[in-house]
Design a protein around this ligand. Sequence first.
Ligand code: ADP
Ligand code: MG
Length: 395
Amino acid sequence: MNKKTVADVDVQGMRVLVRVDFNVPLDSQRRVADDTRIRAALPTIQHLRRNGAAVILASHLGRPKGQPNLNYSLRPVAEHLQRLLGAPVGFAPDCVGEEARALAGSLRPGDVLLLENVRFHPEEEANDPDFARRLASLADIFVNDAFGAAHRAHASTAGVAVHLPAVAGFLMEKEIRALSALLSPERPFVAIVGGAKISDKLTVLRRLLDRVDRLAIGGGMANTFLRALGYETGKSLVQEEMIPAAEDLISRAREEDKEILLPVDVVVGDFFLEDADHKVVAVNAIPSDWIVLDIGPLTVRRYSEAVSDARTVFWNGPMGVAEWPNFARGTEGMARALAACPGFTVVGGGDSVAALERTGLADRIGHVSTGGGASLEFLEGRELPGVACLQDREG
Ligand code: ADP
Ligand code: MG
């Protein structure tokens, strides 16, 4: 990686502003329901504390639309982080202003302060220069460890770097290393893409097709491809306007001698419901009033074979409605295939990672990305603002 990291700078006695991705799910009592993202930031936080820095953490949570909103407060995260660290974590009820300044100013080496949700200010997402300056004024150095937000040019992800020396945190470094390996992959390189809509992922599909040896399609978007091949898909989710784009991808794959794998069988349900009646059918026998909700067992076997000898695998997007057990088999099957693959495997995407975690196989995957949109934009070859703003390594 060509960016400086937190290991390259002397932080002794410094106040360090760390942008983390603490955008975690909260339960009905506003307790942290899944702390994966918080734990992912611990190596950077602990490194800074051990090396004598005072740590000021900034994050967003949800979409409060530029206004203070208790439902999106990071206070429960401060409490959770305190338990994880076994050390006090201060909390500033506003990320800028007098109180934040006073709290940040009183920190001693090793202390930790979490700032309230940066998105309580509309200036955050607008990357307002004055707001960025005020946020930056709390610290001496900026560390970006929020890979999941690095595709956004916001005040706390990029704007503050105008005012402070800026380096990558360890999570950021790990993400960039892993995803960079997909830009110059060992072959065969296989990508598996699913999820709801083809429109969300068309650019990344095109870019992946340039680099992969095999591309396997599942999830709701596979229906649009099936239509492009002339199959009827009943009442399934289909993006009619994207059928030409799907046709184009299929013909490009053929021209470039790449394998594009599409479902040969699917699991259909009679309603879009968790407990819908369900059955496996071949793709040429989808009943007109049923809905495709997962890939079928024969398809899982074919896709698994495509992965078995891969040296590199990237997977984004569930193969079906994996939130519902009856329609999660395809996704579970692919999780097993990746877990068994001896090559370097990467899984990205919010819903994909959640489904992977449910299978208990996440620790057998080479890299589980904490960034959905960010990982896709990275693979599209785009420069991420939250990475571009960091200092380059010398030499
Ligand atoms: P990720 O968050 O991993 O990038 P997406 O957000 O693109 O994935 O897609 C996940 C969503 O796609 C899930 O809510 C899932 O229920 C939905 N989905 C998957 N397969 C289908 C299908 N056949 N029909 C409708 N929705 C689907
Ligand atoms: Mg999603």
